[in-house]
Design a protein around this ligand. Structure first.
Ligand SMILES: [Zn+2]
Length: 356
């Protein structure tokens, strides 16, 4: 089986399916379709982004018990990264770790088990996770796709990732009063208004010294339209990138708004949900045990600072985690996945799916 998995993984890695390449996004899904050819599926398409949903029931069920979710898009890479190679236990290439090899495993697991399991099992193959998942996973959910539990094969080193931070992007805009730079008491400096607010925020959300499970804030940009030395600027804008833990989901925007001084306004540009599935969820427990069954080690429960497509399922009340093989270097020039862990991953998913 590992040879089949590696062969398909390599085929997928060779296709430069990043967002700049719509043809490659279609092509990479065609390769998956070819591998799964006799099984039933529905094609979705939004804004020219294709996605697929495989199902093992006569028609798409109201609610799947389990969905395996894989994204086949990657972030852009150097040309040589689209030429996969195996050195020792490592398969190198763009998407080896994030997450084409895991997708290949999910495809073979689904192929083998879709007819064997006695419950609705789905396989969701999408092509826009790296750009937010709005036209793939989220679009399918909008069309009514539901599940009791979803596993996305994102790289987790065989840990079960049940929590990830949400995102808020905010534009902070201050309107002051202009004046001559020699008569500053006649004006109101918009840059000071914004920095005063930023300092308050920084007190509340200081930059952590090291990785920590807390809500963080980054100031991404501060600008004014003023171009002269001798003028009190009357406008200033700052951009904030806030990454909040699921525990802060309900309070985060309110908390930030409560710190806003007079003359400063906020514009929420984006709010993306955090990911949360409780550790005592029975599927989570079973997935950890299946990992122990195969590797001898109970899968640890881990948190992630970046988001995945699971958040879209969580947002409408479906539980889910990310769980993928061992590897390193996602989004870097040196991305690899452990070949041995792909075998383990295949066996773990099988054990898990067959236990229901
Ligand atoms: Zn990914």
């Amino acid at each position: 089986m590992i040879n089949k998995i590696l062969c398909l993984s390599k085929k997928l890695i060779e296709i430069p399916s990043n967002k700049e390449n719509p043809n490659a996004l279609r092509e990479v899904l065609r390769v998956c379709e070819k591998e799964l050819k006799v099984l039933q599926s529905k094609k979705f398409k939004k804004k020219e982004v294709p996605s697929l949903l495989y199902y093992n029931t006569p028609k798409i069920p109201k609610r799947f018990k389990i969905i395996l979710n894989a994204h086949l898009d990657v972030v852009p890479a150097k040309d040589k990264q689209y030429k996969p190679k195996i050195v020792g236990d490592k398969l190198y290439g763009r998407g080896a770790n994030d997450m084409k090899a895991a997708a290949a495993v999910m495809i073979f697991v689904y192929k083998e088990l879709s007819k064997k399991v006695k419950y609705p099992l789905g396989l969701q193959l999408v092509a826009d996770e790296e750009t937010g998942g709005f036209n793939g996973t989220k679009y399918q959910i909008g069309k009514g796709v539901r599940a009791d539990f979803v596993i996305a094969g994102e790289p987790t080193d065989l840990g079960v990732n049940n929590k990830a931070k949400g995102i808020v992007w905010i534009k902070v805009k201050a309107k002051g009063k202009s004046a001559h730079g020699a008569y500053i008491w006649q004006g109101e400096n918009a840059i000071y208004m914004v920095t005063e607010f930023l300092n308050k925020l920084k007190e509340k959300y200081p930059v952590p010294k090291k990785e920590i499970w807390k809500t963080t804030m980054n100031v991404a940009k501060v600008v004014t339209s003023n171009e002269t030395f001798n003028k009190v600027p009357d406008d200033c804008e700052a951009w904030l990138d806030i990454r909040y833990i699921p525990e802060d989901s309900d309070t985060i925007t309110q908390r930030i708004k409560s710190l806003v001084p007079k003359g400063v306004e906020l514009e929420i540009i984006l709010k993306e949900p955090a990911q949360l599935t409780y550790e005592n969820n029975p599927f989570v427990k079973k997935l950890r045990e299946s990992t122990k069954e195969i590797t001898g080690k109970l899968a640890p429960v881990i948190v992630k600072h970046g988001a995945s497509d699971i958040r879209h399922h969580n947002q409408i009340g479906c539980d889910g985690v990310t769980f993928g093989p061992i590897g390193k270097g996602l989004h870097t020039d040196n991305e690899w996945v452990s070949v041995k862990s792909l075998s383990d991953y295949y066996e773990i998913l099988k054990d898990f799916l067959l236990s229901f």
